[in-house]
Design a protein. Structure first.
Length: 299
């Protein structure tokens, strides 16, 4: 049997085998597979041997998601089919509701989940997400703060808190929150990209370029965690904008073209390309790029 690890951004699989010492193929690929793991007796999440709290001789490790007691993976069959606490059901229904855009439904379930179990860290996280999506950013920040208090290594809540602060135009606080996220997980590129955007918005263009260059280096190194499909294209988009603002238009063009060719259609990339081409005296090409940008913006 193969299970997924529930640790954030962990790509390791969990090999469950009755072969003494574990499946040989899994043993020979420790980066891809774990043969030792823990399972939460409450929410049922699985954690590989690199992703769960150590616990102690007198106290079992606790689940980073719900705070439940973690039990050895060998008890998987025994725990299979075990009824979940009511708060876990509320949490899981809420996550499904968020994924389908039903934020008010999600909030009702999440409010009940945290009432039943105040220490349910991921319930506070998802409550923050639902509040942010509902435009209730101040309340969302409070929810993310509670999730972080319960789980100080919570990278997603730190990132979402920074985004909420940015949407409230509290730029200095958002920058600090992104910096904290990076400090907790330096290999996560998204907060670095967003931090560069805020620096650009604040006309700190040289700083923004340095930050986005580090993000691109991380994304191309193969060591990034939590990276999405378009992160590298987005990073090139930000770098292209920074180079245009710094009047380094010849350098900007191939960077912007990479963003256009590899990311989602963005009117902003075409506008930046138009500005760069115009600055280089390539007026006809500039007008074509601006026309594409206008059509995308109108759409």
């Amino acid at each position: 049997m193969i299970l997924s690890c529930s640790g954030w951004a962990c790509t390791r699989l969990i090999s469950v085998s009755k072969i003494p010492g574990g499946n040989p193929a899994a043993r020979n690929d420790p980066e891809g597979f774990a043969i030792e793991f823990m399972i939460c007796g409450d929410c049922g999440k699985n954690f590989c041997d690199r992703c769960h709290a150590p616990g102690s001789a007198f106290r079992a490790p606790r689940c980073a998601h719900c705070g439940g007691k973690l039990l050895p993976g060998r008890r998987l069959e025994q725990l299979s089919g075990r009824p979940r606490p009511a708060e876990v059901g509320h949490h899981d229904r809420a996550v499904a509701a968020i994924e389908s855009g039903r934020f008010e439904d999600a909030l009702r379930d999440l409010d009940e989940a945290v009432r039943l179990r105040p220490g349910y860290a991921t319930a506070h996280h998802w409550r923050g997400v639902a509040l942010a999506e509902s435009g209730r950013h101040a309340e969302a920040i409070a929810a993310f703060d509670e999730a972080i208090r319960l789980n100080p290594s919570d990278v997603p809540s730190r990132f979402e808190k920074a985004r909420a602060l940015s949407l409230m135009e509290r730029a200095a606080e958002a920058l600090a929150a992104y910096e904290e996220t990076i400090a907790v997980q330096p290999r996560y590129p998204a907060p670095q990209v967003n931090r560069a955007v805020l620096l650009l918005d604040g006309d700190r263009d040289a700083e923004a370029l340095a930050v986005i260059d580090r993000a691109i280096a991380l994304l191309t190194s193969g060591t990034a965690v939590g990276a999405g499909r378009y992160d590298l294209a987005s990073a090139h988009s930000v770098k292209g904008a920074a180079l245009v603002k710094l009047d380094r238009c010849e350098e900007a063009l191939p960077v912007i073209d990479y963003a256009i060719d590899n990311g989602p259609d963005s009117w902003n990339d075409h506008y930046n390309k138009s500005v760069a081409l115009e600055a280089l005296g390539r007026i006809e090409e500039s007008e074509i790029a601006r026309s594409i940008g206008d059509s995308l913006r109108g759409a």
